[in-house]
Design a protein around this ligand. Structure first.
Ligand SMILES: *[C@@H]1O[C@H](CO)[C@@H](O)[C@H](O)[C@H]1NC(C)=O
Ligand SMILES: *[C@@H]1O[C@H](CO)[C@@H](O)[C@H](O)[C@H]1NC(C)=O
Ligand SMILES: *[C@@H]1O[C@H](CO)[C@@H](O)[C@H](O)[C@H]1NC(C)=O
Ligand SMILES: *[C@@H]1O[C@H](CO)[C@@H](O)[C@H](O)[C@H]1NC(C)=O
Ligand SMILES: *[C@@H]1O[C@H](CO)[C@@H](O)[C@H](O)[C@H]1NC(C)=O
Ligand SMILES: *[C@@H]1O[C@H](CO)[C@@H](O)[C@H](O)[C@H]1NC(C)=O
Ligand SMILES: *[C@@H]1O[C@H](CO)[C@@H](O)[C@H](O)[C@H]1NC(C)=O
Ligand SMILES: *[C@@H]1O[C@H](CO)[C@@H](O)[C@H](O)[C@H]1NC(C)=O
Length: 816
């Protein structure tokens, strides 16, 4: 009896379970809402290919309910809402609300009182209206049997919110007057329209503007046939992932981007609630949205920063200057950095008498709000029109996609110009004839100088080539065969770095420049390019490949692969957006971004990284150049040890070795290493100790000065420690966030690590223990190298002159 009850209970359970599974399945198969079938909170419809989903949602930090569209595929990682229906009228009570389609063809959202709080509108009516979520993410109301886009009654793509999706138009329909523009959310928890909008403004010649209310915030400029005149690099390359289209005729004006392969990537452009525009690409490996580009790119994108006839150059200081042959209108104001009044022509122009046009190259075209254009004129006809009307100030070509085509004319002072050396355009500005004379004169003189310096240059190059050839014969790169490292094609790297453009350069590493790159999938990478001429570089390259390729630890920077193209050798790493530790801890303002818990995390992370090198990795590795600038920080400020250019592996149980070539960095080198060339795991421990004291104090060991004594940082820390005032070493800003016992412990461990005798110093294993446990610590003995003089005299005796800056790696030869 009992068992049959149980059995029937189980059966019922199974049935309900199955039917609920069934209802889940049946719910996901529909992509439409019919007049018979409304959806309520909790139900969704899904586009037929499963990419997009429509339903009710609440933004993070809000309990309000909205109808929205998001990516279904990645919902389990993040809910990315791309469109919101009732952005201004949230639902607060979700019982018995519904989204339904009504008879003539209206999609309406009804609240708990059966009132319509949001609806679509239409000028027509159809027999059998349905609302369908298309694969593109477009929600359309149409007749069930009519798939012609021209006949859609309503579509969400005509009412964008903050997201520009592939195949969605932004611009204006001149026949209906309807404008399609992005409008940012008020903030992350409120999808109501905020103050920022991004529009394709049809006034004058159309251009892409981002506005705050009615003020222009930044302007990417007019379309030049290839791109927006001031577009950042990733926008300009017609990438293999997407294409752009700009349509401008008497009926409509729009900008559209399309994916070349819809199924391979997710991409969207968003106007964020702070006014930034960002293109995101979904990266499947990391399950994260990567930012492909961001606008404004830099300060120079701020609208009209340098005033009329001013030109913004991000690589000059100050960034605002006047265009050539222009001078500040009010020099005194200008000097003080008030650029609002802009510049005037050096020689005032009397247009009616005589004038010439001077070419200015490599610029973003000025504001086209007060411009006129003609798509068929040639550049010469354009010049004549501008010449014949004294209100005309400048002209340029309209379309540079295929030589010069069309004509763009300005009738006002020119404003919002910036220098874009590699991708800017030409503009011809009306000037007094005397300016051309001076131009011609100086070019002649320049040509002469050029000729002389050219021959000198050739001779020098020849000499260098001979030297190089000679050196090459002596030394050739051989990489051991047993290293398996992904090989990146050279073309991938040139594309990722925009052909090693200056804008992509992020620094100068041990053996050559370092570039930032962006793979087409959206992953950011750092590329170390070995300078072709550096012989020492080849050794370091080889060294780095051998060691780092075999190492895997979360506190070591990851080598993704390498690239070899003829003479070019490159290493490809994961990109560390927060640069190196020294850029934070030694910087008065940036230092404040790291509170004590974060600093303590960093200290522990570095310790674990070194422990791995010394003990846990298959090779026993001595880094030999641990210093703040070799510790990189990832997005979450996790430390990663980098630069294995001079690292050494020691065999089996050996813990050290001796070298005649002492390489390392002043201020971080242990005495026995700097003086006798003896390196061991304990010399790394010494460097770590210095690093800890630097992190806590915010001061560099080398170059440390104190009014009361001439000790270096180690000496200072030691003095305070002996006087039982160790906390005095900690940087002031730690006072707020401080855990005093942790700070004291860190300083104590730091001092133990920098003790004079290597045998006194703890191993990295003990260091990690000491930092995390509460056990009492041994008393610290005198540190090595604790007076600056001391360090200097001893180290200088063998120093080569190839380094004077305190932060570069130097080479010392053994004095004996
Ligand atoms: C809606 O229901 C009516 C009657 O039940 C039926 O005739 C009609 O085909 C249904 N419409 C849709 C779109 O399913
Ligand atoms: C929500 O609406 C339902 C139906 O109108 C009502 O019974 C309920 O009290 C409302 N809840 C709140 C919290 O207002
Ligand atoms: C909601 O209002 C419509 C008419 O506007 C009516 O036909 C329908 O029955 C109402 N529904 C409820 C649940 O009151
Ligand atoms: C639909 O509503 C919008 C906003 O209320 C309005 O601008 C537009 O003219 C309407 N369209 C039609 C066809 O009624
Ligand atoms: C991509 O999707 C859009 C909209 O769904 C469609 O118009 C286009 O033809 C698709 N492109 C390809 C290459 O499949
Ligand atoms: C589109 O992308 C998918 C998934 O990455 C791939 O399988 C397919 O071959 C691609 N199609 C084309 C035409 O490139
Ligand atoms: C453009 O210029 C051509 C040649 O000068 C002229 O025939 C044409 O009417 C102009 N178009 C407009 C729209 O002004
Ligand atoms: C010069 O151009 C302006 C702007 O197009 C126009 O208003 C003005 O009439 C023109 N002047 C002459 C003399 O053509």
């Amino acid at each position: 009896m009992a068992s049959s009850m149980e059995a029937s209970f189980f059966l019922v359970f199974l049935l309900t379970f199955c039917s609920s599974i069934y209802s889940i399945f049946s719910a996901t198969t529909t992509d439409l809402i019919t007049t018979n079938q409304s959806i309520i909170d909790g139900e969704t419809i899904v586009s037929s290919d499963g990419t997009f989903e429509l339903g009710f949602f609440s933004p993070s930090g809000s309990s309000n309910r909205y109808i929205g569209i998001w990516y279904k595929q990645i919902l389990r990682y993040v809910q990315t809402v791309v469109w919101v229906a009732n952005r201004e009228k949230p639902l607060t009570n979700t019982s018995s609300v519904q989204l339904k389609v009504n008879a003539p063809g209206i999609l309406a959202l009804l609240n708990e009182k059966n009132e319509s709080i949001w609806s679509t509108n239409t000028s027509r009516s159809v027999q059998n209206p349905v609302a369908v979520l298309l694969d593109s993410g477009n929600l359309v109301v149409k007749d069930a049997n009519d798939n012609n886009p021209e006949d859609f009654l309503w579509q969400s793509f005509h009412f964008p919110t903050d997201t520009h999706l592939p195949d969605m138009k932004l611009g204006k329909n001149f026949k209906t007057g309807h404008e399609l523009y992005l409008s940012a959310w008020k903030n992350d928890n409120d999808p109501a329209p905020g103050k920022f909008t991004r529009i394709i403004d049809p006034t004058g010649y159309p251009q892409d503007l981002t506005k705050s209310g009615t003020n222009v915030l930044y302007r990417i400029g007019p379309w030049n046939g290839l791109r927006w005149s001031g577009a950042p690099i990733p926008l300009l390359t017609q990438s293999r992932l997407y294409t752009f289209q700009f349509i401008f005729n008497k009926d409509e004006l729009y900008f559209i981007f399309s994916l070349i392969n819809n199924s391979s990537v997710l991409s969207r452009i968003v106007l964020s609630s702070n006014g930034d525009t960002q293109r995101f690409m979904w990266v499947d490996q990391t399950k994260r949205w990567n930012i492909h580009f961001k606008l404004p790119t830099d300060t120079c994108d701020a609208y009209s920063l340098c005033g009329v006839y001013g030109s913004c150059d991000i690589y000059s200081e100050p960034i605002c200057g006047c265009l050539m042959k222009f001078v500040p209108k009010y020099p005194q104001q200008w000097e003080k950095g008030d650029w609002t009044e802009g510049c005037v022509q050096r020689t005032p122009l009397d247009c009616n008498k005589e004038h010439v046009f001077l070419r200015y190259s490599g610029i973003k075209l000025p504001d086209t709000k007060h411009s006129k254009y003609n798509k068929t004129m040639t550049l010469e006809e354009c010049r004549q029109v501008c010449s014949g009307n004294c209100s005309c100030t400048a002209y340029s070509s309209l379309d540079i996609s295929n030589g010069d085509k069309g004509c763009l004319l300005w009738y006002e002072e020119l404003i919002d110009i910036r220098k874009l050396p590699e991708r800017g355009q030409d503009i011809f500005i009306k000037m007094d004839p005397s300016e051309q004379e001076s131009e011609a004169g100086s070019t002649r003189k320049k040509a002469k100088i050029l000729a002389v310096s050219f021959s000198l240059l050739m001779a020098t190059i020849l000499l260098i080539l001979i030297l190089l050839w000679y050196k090459r014969k002596k030394k050739k790169l051989k990489l051991s065969e047993d290293i398996e490292l992904p090989l990146f094609p050279f073309s991938t790297i040139t594309r990722a770095t925009n052909n090693f453009s200056f804008n992509n350069k992020i620094g100068e590493g041990g053996f050559g420049p370092v570039y930032k790159g962006l793979l087409e999938e959206g992953q950011e990478i750092a590329i170390k390019r070995l300078s072709r001429t550096s012989m020492q570089g080849i050794d370091e390259y080889k060294n780095e490949v051998i060691y780092i390729a075999k190492l895997q630890h979360r506190n070591l920077v990851r080598l993704l692969g390498c690239c070899i193209q003829g003479e070019e050798k490159m290493l490809i790493y994961e990109y560390m957006p927060n640069k190196s530790l020294d850029s934070y801890i030694f910087d008065k303002t940036k230092r404040k971004l790291l509170d004590w818990p974060k600093l303590f995390d960093i200290i522990n992370g570095i310790a674990r990284g070194i422990l791995y090198l010394h003990q846990d990795s298959r090779l026993r590795i001595i880094h030999r150049d641990l210093k703040a600038s070799n510790i990189l920080l990832d997005t979450d400020m996790n430390p990663k040890i980098s630069d294995f250019g001079i690292a050494r592996s020691v065999a089996g149980n050996d813990i050290g070795a001796k070298t005649r070539n002492v390489v390392g960095t002043h201020g971080y080198m242990s005495p026995e290493y700097a003086i006798d060339g003896i390196f061991s795991v304990k010399s790394d421990v010494f460097s770590f100790g210095v690093l800890v004291l630097e992190i806590v104090s915010g001061k560099r060991n080398r170059g440390f000065v104190h009014q009361d004594h001439n000790l270096n940082l180690l000496g200072h820390a030691w003095k305070l420690y002996k006087e039982d005032r160790s906390l005095g070493l900690a940087d002031e800003h730690l006072a707020d966030s401080c855990n005093n016992s942790q700070v004291l412990r860190s300083i104590h461990v730091g001092l133990l690590c920098v003790q004079k005798h290597p045998d006194d110093r703890p191993s990295m294993f003990s260091v990690v223990q000491m930092l995390t446990n509460e056990n009492p610590l041994p008393k610290a003995k005198e540190p090595g190298f604790f007076t600056e003089r001391n360090l200097f005299d001893e180290a200088k005796s063998g120093s080569q002159t190839n380094s004077s800056k305190n932060e570069c790696t130097i080479t010392l030869l053994d004095p004996r």
